[in-house]
Design a protein around this ligand. Sequence first.
Ligand SMILES: *[C@@H]1O[C@H](CO)[C@@H](O)[C@H](O)[C@H]1NC(C)=O
Ligand SMILES: *[C@@H]1O[C@H](CO)[C@@H](O)[C@H](O)[C@H]1NC(C)=O
Ligand SMILES: *[C@@H]1O[C@H](CO)[C@@H](O)[C@H](O)[C@H]1NC(C)=O
Length: 330
Amino acid sequence: FAELFRGKMPSRRFFISFFLFSICLICCHEAMPANLKQEKLNNRPVIGVLTQMVSDDVMKPFGATYIPDSYVNYIESGGSRVVPISRLTLSTAEYESIFTKINGLVFIGGAVDLMTSDFARVAKIFYKLALTANDAGDFFPIWGTCLGMQLLTVLVAEENLLSATPARNVALPLNLTTEAHSSRMFQGFSKELIKALTEEPLTGNFHKYGLTVQAFQENEKLSGFFSLLSTNVAENGAQFVSTIEGKRYPFYGVQWHPEVNRFQWNRNFSFPHSSYAIQLSSQLAEFFINEGRKSFHHFDSREEEDASLIYKFTPVYTSNFTAYEQVYFF
Ligand SMILES: *[C@@H]1O[C@H](CO)[C@@H](O)[C@H](O)[C@H]1NC(C)=O
Ligand SMILES: *[C@@H]1O[C@H](CO)[C@@H](O)[C@H](O)[C@H]1NC(C)=O
Ligand SMILES: *[C@@H]1O[C@H](CO)[C@@H](O)[C@H](O)[C@H]1NC(C)=O
């Protein structure tokens, strides 16, 4: 004690409060249920976003990789901060280090090769780390949107099973499966929201390729790993996988774009903005961040955390030449 308070005698009041505090600790400890550790949550989660490679000519002058602000806003709206994983050329050891500091990961949309691109290479490193961590009881969620969902299917199947399933610029209701009704993703949804989700066009689709329901069902790795929560019909009549969630792992995929409902407004795109569309987007963001709260990865110091967050980057105004309002370039 003397060591602790050298140079300044603690007051008598301090000793009394310390004594009471100790008693409280002991009492609480006695009363602590065995599973309290699992119920403990991390209320300062940080979600990593793997940057996407610029493929669109109009974006090339601004940087090599990017993250649309809509994904950042989406994650922040669930009560998390965002760490951009801005470089796709780091070593495996460097990504391993980043992995120990973030509480979840998002794979965003884009247009790159899912087997050979740097985006796919880095995603695979994180995917393997997440598998190992979850197996060891170190909870770590991953979310994939559009190309990000397709990427999850390539990582699980260890091959690219995508085919043409065009749904270009169209908002659709989801055809929910029976499994959707016992899913984690839709668990917190009200009856009204589920009804709206299946009857009204609340999900924006902007893709040419996807995974057919048949390819999903015929591949044992995929159908063993993921529950199929919803399907949709493409322009060419193909039934495609539109929502999946891991059976054993907290990995989630949507072929559609929940972030556009609240954060993209270009009139040339079918971005759903109805009240239910907003609810859908909000609830899924909150759902995923709640998953992130179960992870206790953390930075080595507050300084390191501050230096890694997206706040120090300034997005570029892109509303007049892309579908995004603002974009972070790296
Ligand atoms: C919805 O999915 C089921 C299979 O789960 C399929 O039989 C049905 O045709 C689909 N309906 C629509 C409208 O896509
Ligand atoms: C929508 O598309 C039209 C035709 O391509 C274009 O002239 C217009 O600038 C676009 N509007 C926006 C808001 O991007
Ligand atoms: C978009 O708007 C910004 C800001 O007004 C302007 O500087 C830029 O030239 C515009 N870009 C295009 C492609 O119109």
